[in-house]
Structure formats: structure tokens, C-alpha cells
Design a protein around this ligand. Structure first.
Ligand code: ADP
Ligand code: MG
Length: 258
């Protein structure tokens, strides 16, 4: 469903240029859930933004559903491939009701039947019709993220690109949203690319993953290997140790893997 080959993204020019993504390749099968994991600043979001066309300055190959993508994406692309962002506060228009937020993509894509679609998608994300005419400030963080997921889902896409979809939420709410995303993938046969700095989230949500550091893929592994702690690279082992809670020894031995 997704093929990325030799993807490179550079921000800025000359001495101040930042190579955010340095030749990354991976592919994701239809119905698979693929994780991109790594520390903050390792280039995860930049990869996702390049795949969904939010950053036009990349080189390499990006194919989605067999179609090679250029700099700009057409409407058909966004019908097929939708993104959900970390921050459910910033990503919803504060002066639009849930109804308005969900009606917009239906209108842009001229799908028609907005009323029935909105009603159905709200149920699917676990929000009843009583949420339909509320404003974002009248919702909790978890409810807002359900609306953001509904907005992506209402187009009936085949691919969801998820950038830290639960990082801004309380731990208990995180689990609810992760379970919702798992159920939606199973029900609709969706393909996911999920970005997270959290190995536990990726191991719960994904089939395979790439570990990123400083714009490169350090290691690609199956989630079974991750659960067994069977990493080949020192950087991954360090990330595994760091994710097992605060460990003074781990913190003191933290090294920069350039
Ligand atoms: P991650 O999502 O893994 O935390 P990002 O992809 O956001 O990492 O960032 C990777 C690197 O690219 C960082 O060094 C970041 O500062 C830089 N970067 C990201 N977006 C921009 C931008 N629009 N302009 C300049 N630098 C950027
Ligand atoms: Mg990010």
C-alpha cells in the first residue's frame, strides 16, 4: 500500500541546512500497521508529512496504493489517505461545531449524504449524537481526538497516517483511543503508519516498525522481536531500556549515537 524509497528531506540551505530525513526506505502492506519510533527530533513527523504531501521539499520515491506521488497531492489522494495529528486542541477549528468540522470534508469531496455520514461516523468513534452540535472547548482531550479520527474516517480512506495520536492525552484516555484505533483498523481493513516516541504504544499497535535516529532508520524489526527485546542495534537497546521507566543507570550511561 505504501512504498518509500530513498526519501530525503533537508530544511534550509548552506551551513544552516538540517538533514531531517537521510535516505529512508520502507514499505507497508495493505492492512498492515507500521510504526516509526525514535526520540524527539529523529525525523518521524517529517517522514509522515512527506508521505501525505504536507511538505513538498523532499526527494526520493513515495508510492501510495500503487501511485507514484509528486510534489502535490490531488483530492483523490486525500480521499484514500488521511492523517491524524498529536494535538487534538490545535487541530480542530475552535469556532466550528463537531457537525461543521465533519461536514467540511464531505463537502470538499462532494460525497453527499452528510447527515447520515456524520451520524454514522460519530457512533463509530464512540460519540453519540449529543456531541454533534458541541464546540471543541466543550469536549475533553479524548473526545476531541475522537472527533479528529472521525474527520479522517468520514472519507472512508484506506490509509491512516497517525502522528503521536495519543501523546497529548492522559494515560487512561490514551488506552481508550489506542483501542478505538485498533478496532477501526480491524473493522475497515485500514493500513496504518503510526509515529510514536513510545515503544509500548508501537508494540501494542503495530506489526512491524522502524527505529529512527537522526534522520536514519537504525533498525527495522517485527513487533515480536521488539517484545522479546531482540534488538540488533545498540541504539534500539538503549531506547528499550529508556522506555522501561526511569532507570538511573540507563540515564547515566546515555550515549549519543551519531
Ligand atoms: P520527530 O517527529 O521525530 O520529533 P521531526 O520530524 O519533527 O522529528 O524533526 C526532525 C528534524 O527536522 C528536527 O531537527 C527538527 O528541528 C527539524 N525540522 C522539522 N520541521 C522543520 C521545519 N519546518 N523547518 C526546519 N526544521 C525542521
Ligand atoms: Mg514528531
Amino acid at each position: 500500500m505504501i512504498t518509500v524509497r530513498d526519501l530525503r528531506v533537508v530544511f534550509g540551505v548552506g551551513a544552516s541546512a538540517i538533514e531531517a530525513v537521510r535516505s529512508i526506505s520502507f514499505s507497508v502492506a495493505e492492512g498492515e500497521s507500521y510504526g516509526l519510533v525514535g526520540e524527539s527530533g529523529s525525523g518521524k513527523s517529517t517522514v509522515l508529512r512527506a508521505v501525505c504531501g504536507l511538505n513538498p521539499d523532499w526527494t526520493g520515491t513515495v508510492e501510495v496504493d500503487g501511485v507514484a506521488q509528486g510534489r502535490h497531492r490531488d483530492r483523490a489522494f486525500y480521499k484514500r489517505c488521511q492523517m491524524v495529528f498529536q494535538d487534538p486542541y490545535g487541530s480542530l477549528h475552535p469556532r466550528h461545531t463537531v457537525d461543521g468540522i465533519l461536514a467540511e470534508p464531505v463537502a470538499i469531496h462532494r460525497l453527499g449524504d452528510a447527515d447520515r455520514r456524520i451520524d454514522r461516523v460519530l457512533r463509530e468513534v464512540g460519540l453519540g449524537p449529543q456531541f454533534r452540535f458541541r464546540f471543541p472547548h466543550q469536549l475533553s482531550g479524548g473526545q476531541r481526538q475522537r472527533v479528529a479520527i472521525a474527520r479522517a474516517l468520514i472519507l472512508e480512506p484506506r490509509v491512516l497516517l497517525l502522528d503521536e495520536p495519543t501523546s497529548a492525552l492522559d494515560v487512561s484516555v490514551q488506552a481508550e483511543i489506542l483501542n478505538l484505533l485498533r478496532r477501526l483498523r480491524a473493522d475497515h481493513g485500514l493500513t496504518y503508519v503510526l509515529v510514536s516516541h513510545n515503544l509500548a504504544v508501537v508494540s501494542y499497535m503495530c506489526d512491524r516498525l522502524a527505529v529512527m535516529n537522526r534522520g536514519r532508520v537504525v533498525e527495522e524489526m517485527g513487533v515480536d522481536e521488539l517484545k522479546r527485546g531482540a534488538a540488533r542495534e545498540d541504539y534500539t537497546l538503549q531506547l528499550l531500556r529508556a522506555s522501561q521507566g526511569y532507570d538511573r543507570q540507563a540515564a547515566e550511561s546515555f550515549r549519543d549515537y551519531a
